[in-house]
Write a protein that binds this ligand. Structure first.
Ligand SMILES: Nc1ncnc2c1ncn2[C@@H]1O[C@H](COP(=O)(O)OP(=O)(O)OP(=O)(O)O)[C@@H](O)[C@H]1O
Length: 374
């Protein structure tokens, strides 16, 4: 017989909340139960300060539902519905975020232990070079001396493993904890490792909430100065939820110079503002064309549009990257240009962008001082 939501809630009666002893089903915290054949996905609503205390509850909920006949896979995410209660936590957030808009501050996600700052690289639409920018920005931040991780959360086309030339799957270290993959000194994890290629697109939106929680909390990231998240393109519900569920210190918006892309970039800025994530700036990708034969430069898309748009929106302009064969070839060939040709003009463009991002993040993303013994 097909599984129903009532079956799931019955199984969750056995899971008790640590503070009150109340059953999870009776607590009203179980949300968004999705059942797809034998796959079950749902979220447990928590206060952002409860993330650690509720982790055992999440695990118990997963094993309780796994035990039901017909269940083949269970994904349970903790989602923070309320801002942290402590005055200190609130004061910390106020110091780093713009003033809340009407209706009070939106919910905040809990931080990831060991990871100092998480930044999103986003675009209002697909195909503008967001993943290429993510990869090169991440390598550039590491060249600047930071410990960097990359989390590929692009549910619609996870391309980070390909850009870094990664094959294989991450290894399970213990329990549910995965070891991140590594390339060019970066720790790397992709949603492509967690979601089957056959998973229908319509399921990816809801699944992403659990998957992002899993990738943030069940990957042994170790100590990182910055974790760069390659977001799914667009500004729909999945993107908004992800921006809200990830404890982001800031967002970088990638756009091409065409008017339509800029309109989408504007929507991207608006989306992050809505969830009170500071905009670190806008990158203009495929800004102008460099002929690989003669080196001649052509402004085929009326270059400069993103700079004007950034000024109009009152956000920093981080820099421009040309449409160049060498960027495409290195990116598609698993060797991002900042790593494979660090002295090239294009690598320097990414390094300049990375310096601005680092400056925008402030003190927490500073590299550890280099000790020189003379
Ligand atoms: N500056 C550039 N010059 C030349 N080619 C580029 C540049 N930036 C990206 N590309 C190429 O454009 C294609 C799309 O880039 P990428 O995958 O980074 O975009 P994306 O915005 O992440 O796409 P999607 O939304 O589909 O995930 C790739 O083949 C990539 O190599």
């Amino acid at each position: 017989m097909a599984l129903t939501q009532a079956d799931i809630l019955r199984a969750l009666e056995l899971v008790k909340l640590p503070a009150s002893g109340q059953s999870l089903s009776a607590s009203g915290r179980v949300n968004n139960i999705l059942i797809d054949g034998g796959k079950v996905i749902f979220a447990i609503g928590i206060d952002a300060t409860e993330a650690d205390a509720m982790e055992p509850v999440r695990k118990q909920a997963e094993s309780a539902v796994s035990g039901l006949p017909g269940v083949t896979q269970v994904l349970v995410g903790l989602t923070a519905d309320k801002a942290p209660a402590s005055a200190a936590a609130q004061a910390r957030q106020q110091a780093h975020r713009p003033a809340p808009g009407p209706g009070g501050p939106p919910p905040k996600a809990a931080g990831v232990p060991g990871v100092k700052q998480i930044i999103a690289v986003a675009s209002g639409k697909g195909g503008v070079g967001k993943s290429t920018t993510t990869a090169n920005l991440a390598v550039a931040l590491s060249v600047l001396g930071l410990k960097v991780g990359v989390l590929d959360a692009d549910i619609y086309g996870p391309s980070v493993p390909k850009i870094f030339g990664i094959t294989g799957k991450p290894k399970l270290i213990s329990g549910r904890t995965l070891a991140p993959m590594e390339a060019y000194g970066l720790k790397i994890m992709s949603i492509g490792f967690l979601i089957d290629e056959e998973t229908p697109m319509i399921w990816r939106g809801p699944m992403v909430i659990s998957a992002i929680t899993q990738m943030l909390r069940e990957v042994a990231w170790g100590e990182l100065d910055v974790l760069v998240v390659d977001m799914p393109p667009g500004t729909g519900d999945a993107q908004l939820t992800m921006a809200q569920q990830t404890p982001l210190a800031g967002a970088v918006i990638v756009s091409t110079p065409q008017d339509l892309a800029l309109l989408d970039a504007r929507r991207g800025v608006a989306m992050f503002r809505k969830v009170e994530v500071p905009i670190l700036g806008v990158v203009e990708n495929m800004s102008y064309f460099i002929c690989p034969e003669c080196g001649h430069r052509s402004d085929i898309f009326a270059h400069g549009g993103a700079r004007h748009e950034a000024e109009r929106l009152g956000v920093p302009f981080l820099g421009e990257v040309p449409l160049a064969m060498s960027i495409r070839e290195t990116s598609d060939g698993g060797r991002p240009i900042v790593a494979s040709d660090p002295d090239s003009a294009h690598a320097k463009a990414y390094l300049a962008i990375a310096r601005q991002v680092q400056a925008g993040l402030g003190g927490a993303a500073r590299a550890a001082p280099r000790i020189v013994i003379e």
